[in-house]
Write a protein that binds this ligand. Sequence first.
Ligand SMILES: O=C(O)CCC(=O)C(=O)O
Ligand SMILES: [Fe+2]
Length: 196
Amino acid sequence: MPQAPHLIVPNFLSAEDHSNLLRWTLENQNTFVPARVHTGVDDKLRRALVMQDVGPFKMPLAKAASSQYRGWLTQMGLPPFDVSGIELELAAHNDGAHFTRHTDTQTVMGQGSHRALSAVYYFHREPKSFTGGQLRLFSADDETYTDIEPTQNTLAIFPSFVPHQVMPIACPSQEFADSRFAINCWLHVRTRAATA
Ligand SMILES: O=C(O)CCC(=O)C(=O)O
Ligand SMILES: [Fe+2]
């Protein structure tokens, strides 16, 4: 069975944007809250800190995603679709953090749209002070998987229906600044035609 469709884009942001994003993230530590799953906060299913507001990086990231996603689909051999909206979330994974197997389409969005494409941008302080935290993508028959390293300044893209998990992170210092940081970027598709 072929591996799950995915794409890796190294050096996604300029060095300047990358360092501004890291600085801004560390300055805004106190706005992070424990991540929730459908049942609320549940460390057994997901342990991470998140924030929904990516401040000054919202527009540049949304623009980059909307101008590039058609190329990503082509490269993954997936049919084109029109993006109806973009959702962003900034996540920090520290010691013991993880996210058990799930698909991103499970999230009920209401409003007649759902997540179609997931793009995760990885960044961290140097020197890298965590281990683990690979993104594991499962093949359709569950026989095989692909592990993606959360590499500095790299974007990982996959269809939101692909089952995946975040492998446990070890971060001995337990300092927020040493976390595995990621911006989750979900591209939505409309599930029913808008009524005229
Ligand atoms: O951080 C990652 O590698 C993926 C996170 C994820 O799967 C999610 O937030 O839905
Ligand atoms: Fe996910």
